[in-house]
Design a protein around this ligand. Sequence first.
Ligand code: HEM
Length: 449
Amino acid sequence: MTSTGTRPAEPAAVARPSRTSHRTLVRWGVRHGLPAAYLSRAARRGDLTGRLLRDPAQREQPYELYEQLRAIGPLAPGSLGPVTTSHAVAGEVLRSEAFGVGWDRSAAPRAIRWALEYGDELDATGVAEPPSMLVVDPPDHTRYRRLVSRAFTPRAIAAFEPMIRRTADELLDALERRADGPVDLVEGYAEQLPVLVIAELLGVPTDRREDFLRWGSAAAATLDPGLPLRRYVAAEKALRAMHAFLRGHFDRLRRDPGDDLVSRLVGLPGEEALTERELHATVMLLLGAGFETTVNLLGNAVVLLDAHRDQWNALRAAPEGWANAVEEVLRHDSPVQITGRNVRTDVEVAGQRFRAGGRVTLLLGAANRDPEVFADPARFDVTRANARDHLAFSGGIHYCLGAGLARLEGVVGLQALSERFPGLRVDGRPVRRDLQTLRGFEVLPVRLR
Ligand code: HEM
């Protein structure tokens, strides 16, 4: 190691970007710096959860490590508490009222409580922080979810099918004009379709989609524990830009409401009215969840079907198979790999006692390859009879609100793509997103003809 002879250099992970505020540093420290240090130490001692969350190689290929965890048992001990790869255990935890997503801050050490309070700021709040419905328990969860679920009923979603098809066709028309050269299918299609569809559905301006994509991609990293400071600062900048956009958008809708979900949320009367913070959390979650996940479904599907050309050809010949193919992609390479639950009341699951205040990590991507449920689980088979039994959309009261929409975008988007460019091939090395919780591609080079 070289020495400067004066002050020891800060390690790269905590090198302080210029003009980072004290509050940002505290926020990063408590949410990412401390977990990173803890998990890295655990990983060095051989802890598999630590390795999963800290070793960059696991972002490319987590499935071997999942099998090591599975070999230990349905609940493997780990640095963050028990971890499950079992479909039955994950399903039971997700459905059980003894587990929840809320966290009782009052039980945390004083320094952590201080840091959380000091670092609390609406404009730096991400989708995995309260009051986002993703991380609050009933009764608040029930209230938020009820306010928005009407826009996501099977009937409401089915009515969007022509718009999804039209959007896909327009994107494909634009690709057609570039079809002679190499194309990045994420940039030209997989990320565009979901962002355009959710923007249309929520009534936010589609011409801001490049901003949404840029902000969403930086902010998605906050779902992973242990972000390096520089990435956290970039994510926070994106979150601030997104909140500023939302604030302006809400103001416009207050003056001039439209016939859309966000106008309705902004104008809720009396006791139903959402606070400013609840409004930001709800709309940011709908917008972000609407495009940050479905892009991965589309990208993962294209890569898998390129590697299984016979199945791509079979789907072209019998397009009614696309619905099941989408389920198999969701099962085989799940866009959301990891979630977790906090123990609310003492309970026993799979013969193990859980004490209130503890935590369990659910590896959805591993549960979806549980041999107890899926025969020969590592095999990709678009005709698999029980593909739909996956937990890719989670389960219980937090079951993905947008599952119907994502499925429809998957089927319509992939079928339209295969009809327009039947000879499409991956051409070059796809690059995975540098994320652990979300799994998908950042760059997907293809030849369209
Ligand atoms: C392939 C695409 C998608 C996947 C794999 C996916 C996956 C998930 C998962 C796993 C959860 C629950 C996490 C947990 O239980 O801790 C969730 C929740 C949620 N998703 Fe999705 N999602 C997708 C698309 C969408 C879309 C298009 C929307 C549209 C708005 C959406 C909106 C939501 C919302 C609002 C929640 C929170 C529900 C609650 O807490 O009650 N998702 N999603």
